[in-house]
Design a protein around this ligand. Structure first.
Ligand SMILES: [Zn+2]
Length: 355
């Protein structure tokens, strides 16, 4: 298939005035990261991309954030928001010399965070798109028109991917959210520093492979999984014969749950609790003997009981040292296909991919 060889759309699980809006712990980086993970987990394995084109208003940390998320060096090329940026990104992705391909184009839209007076009329609202280019070929002019001439890039990509049988990944249920109520939190300058839970930036960056990509180590001697990876087996203490082992992003089981009320939170979550109130924390078993403690997103306390199967998504955690820190949170497992058009594929839960 020429040009785009796979794609995915992520639509956040909140709604305001009938349009999807991002949750309070989502931003352009997490939206695009989620769309890319949807694509990576559903498409046939492809060689690592060499370039990622970003369309939207991304935080500065994407320069190292996307290489950390992809797990290998990758050139990060920014483009303006909206249709002009998408047209520019598509042109560059197609024009790359063959040795620089394949490329990934990631689009993130956060219209509810924009100034209402200047915000364009988005059909869809917040969302993100991941498009994977192959090593050769170009889009047809009809496909390019679909992509860049929709009312906004996410809607255009949705129409384009629908023409190839790909439907958006949708969260479990929709909950109302008034962006005005979370804006003071999400747009506050990330200057808060917690002395009690201070995590040095170097240590945060060092552990991203484990924390973001859920890479554990499997011991070649006794088979034990060690997570986070630490260069030694936690069972037999072997330091050799360890190999990377990717834990599943989705499908973990809740084995314990608790609710953190105001006053009970670690101080780095003070701003979140002040703005949004209590939150749930769950212990999730992701693999044999491997459990993670994760904050719950997109669900109220009590909505993910023991035994529930959950997914994990990259989200904002808390501000520290002038920037947001990111990590995984547990989310309800959503539909991987859209109800209205699921009949074409037969069932919910079908992976979204362009074969
Ligand atoms: Zn071992």
């Amino acid at each position: 298939m020429p040009g785009v060889v796979g794609g995915a759309i992520y639509v956040p699980g909140f709604v305001s005035d009938g349009r999807p809006v991002a949750g309070p712990d989502e931003d352009a980086f997490t939206l695009a990261a989620t769309a890319w993970e949807e694509l990576a987990s559903s498409a046939p394995p492809l060689p690592p991309a060499r370039v990622v084109h970003l369309v939207g208003e991304f935080p500065r940390m994407v320069d190292w954030g996307f290489p950390a998320l992809f797990g290998h060096p990758i050139d990060v090329v920014p483009h303006p928001s909206g249709r002009p940026g998408l047209a520019e990104a598509l042109a560059q992705a197609e024009a790359d010399p063959s040795e620089a391909r394949p490329a990934v184009v990631l689009v993130a839209e956060l219209p509810e965070r924009a100034d209402p007076a200047s915000a364009p009329a988005f059909d869809l609202g917040a969302g993100a798109v991941a498009l994977r280019f192959g090593a050769e070929g170009t889009l047809s002019s009809a496909e390019r028109d679909l992509l860049v001439q929709g009312p906004d890039p996410v809607s255009g990509a949705r129409a384009f991917l629908a023409s190839r049988g790909v439907r958006p990944s949708l969260p479990a249920g929709r909950r109302a959210l008034a962006p005005s109520s979370v804006r003071p939190f999400v747009e506050a300058p990330p200057t808060a520093v917690s002395e009690g839970a201070y995590v040095p930036r170097a240590r945060y960056l060092e552990n991203l492979g484990s924390r973001w990509r859920l890479v554990a180590e499997r011991c070649g001697h006794c088979g034990t999984l060690t997570f986070p990876a630490r260069g030694a087996c936690r069972s037999c203490l072997a330091r050799e014969g360890l190999s990377p082992y990717s834990l599943p992003r989705d499908g973990g089981t809740v084995v314990a749950t608790t609710t953190i009320g105001p006053g009970g939170q670690p101080t780095e979550f003070d701003g979140q609790v002040a703005a949004l109130g209590e939150y749930a924390v769950v212990l999730v078993e992701l693999g044999p003997g491997v459990c993670l403690t994760l904050q719950v997103a997109d669900a109220a306390p009590g909505e993910l009981p023991i035994g529930a199967h959950v997914g994990t998504r990259l989200r904002r955690l808390y501000p520290m040292e002038g920037e947001w820190r990111y990590g995984r949170k547990a989310v309800p497992l959503g539909q991987r296909s859209e109800g209205a058009s699921a009949g074409a594929r037969g069932s919910h839960g079908a992976p979204t991919h362009a074969a």
